[in-house]
Ligand binder design. Structure first.
Ligand code: FE2
Length: 410
């Protein structure tokens, strides 16, 4: 019997829908809300608005906002302490992927105890989590609907993938007004993340007809609107369509999981603290080239969804068009040309050295390049092979093959 499952939260979508936040939090049974956000979202005024709606609904609030670009394990631990001290009974996140994933991770530890590493992988959470409402302020991560929380293990210097149905929030409030305060760079990086979710979930081994619908819609919407959203941050139609792209991509990847691109970017993001979307942009076309052989028909569908004219082309030529179109999109929105463009800071060297001690190949391959150094490739590849997202990549990959893709992405 072929059984497929699809999980999704209640979704409230539309301009001005943040106004539903108070009523939503009441409906899921919260009386004192732990509101997770970050300083940029506070500066943009969205947290004030969220607090206003929560107070208007008769709820108490406790704000937690000491977060950085990539969500980190120690931030979660601090959050759990604050959540318990404040005696909260519900969690709201207003922000991008970082506050959202920290909120989910706080929920895991508040209910289940232990440490985050205990829940790494698939379906390790056993005790139900506090009720959660999530309102994204970026159009990219899709975490508002997903069963994923991706947290940096700052000791191992990699991103842990925690995947469980328990992590699907109760309610997702997707208000496109919130994404208007992203700057151009963030709009490009988060947008390409949503787009990558669409591509990876469409070619995933765990894809189903239910995920395909959402994945193709995300690819189509991103192709048609991301350039516009980057070119003019005031373009409300493009912003709204990118919010929908992020939402549909989130529904797709939450249920189909991802692939080698994310398995690889999780390692780089843990090593170098820059935006996940930039890492995706560097790696995605190379993983697509690698995966082409496994499912050319799916890549032809992607080319068509991106608006490429494939009439008269054989299946492989049509499939290749998807890669060319992706490279053009990434170039047009001005993201990093490769991993070497992503700066590697000296303060990471002690930790990198500690990890490098586990792999003799790194020690024997010194090279003084700017950016991501080639000697780290074996370690990144080794960790990528353990990432939950590698399981659903459409072409089985050896560590040597992952290494070869990292090298091409430099
Ligand atoms: Fe992602």
């Amino acid at each position: 019997m072929n059984i497929s499952k699809f999980v999704a939260p209640e979704i409230i979508f539309g301009r001005g829908s943040l106004s539903q936040l108070g009523e939503s939090a009441v409906r899921i049974g919260a009386s004192k809300v732990f509101l997770v956000s970050d300083n940029d979202v506070i500066k943009a005024g969205w947290v004030d608005q969220a607090v206003h709606y929560l107070h208007a609904a008769g709820l108490e609030t406790e704000i937690f906002s000491s977060l950085t670009t990539n969500p980190k394990d120690f931030e979660v631990i601090e959050g759990v302490v604050r959540y318990k001290e404040a005696r909260c009974d519900g969690i709201v996140a207003v922000g991008g992927g970082s506050p959202t994933d920290v909120a989910k991770a706080i929920a895991i530890l508040a209910a289940n105890g232990g440490k985050l590493q205990d829940y790494e992988g698939i379906n390790k959470i056993t005790i139900p989590l506090p009720p959660m409402v999530i309102a994204p302020s970026t159009a990219g991560a899709g975490s508002e609907v997903s069963q994923f929380a991706i947290i940096v293990d700052t000791v191992r210097k990699l991103k842990m993938s925690i995947i469980s149905k328990s992590l699907v929030p109760d309610i997702a409030i997707v208000d496109p007004e919130l994404v208007t305060t992203m700057d151009t760079k963030l709009a490009a990086a988060t947008g390409i993340d949503a787009f990558t979710h669409g591509i990876e979930s469409y070619v995933s081994l765990a894809a189903t007809p239910l995920t395909d619908i959402h994945a193709l819609k995300a690819i189509q919407l991103s192709s048609q609107n991301l350039r516009r959203a980057v070119a003019d941050r005031r373009d409300m139609e493009a912003n709204t369509n990118m919010s929908m792209a992020s939402l549909t991509a989130g529904l797709a990847f939450s249920n189909a999981i991802l692939g080698a691109t994310h398995a690889m970017t999780h390692q780089v993001d843990g090593l170098i603290d820059q935006h996940h979307g930039e890492t995706n942009a560097s790696i995605l076309p190379h993983v697509m080239e690698f995966n082409l052989l496994a499912c050319p028909d799916r890549f032809r569908d992607i080319a068509i969804a991106m608006g490429e004219d494939v009439a008269g082309l054989d299946i492989n030529a049509a499939a290749v068009r998807s890669i060319e179109a992706v490279k053009q999109l990434i170039a047009d929105i001005g993201l990093a040309k490769g991993l070497a463009d992503i700066g590697l800071k000296e303060e990471f060297i002690p930790l990198l050295s500690q990890n490098a001690m586990k792999d003799a190949c790194i020690v024997t391959n010194p090279r003084s390049a700017i950016g991501l150094k080639e000697e780290f490739i074996p370690l990144l590849s080794q960790n990528a092979m353990k990432d939950a997202c590698i399981v659903t990549n459409p072409r089985s990959a050896s560590q040597e093959e992952i290494e070869a893709i990292y090298r091409k992405a430099m």
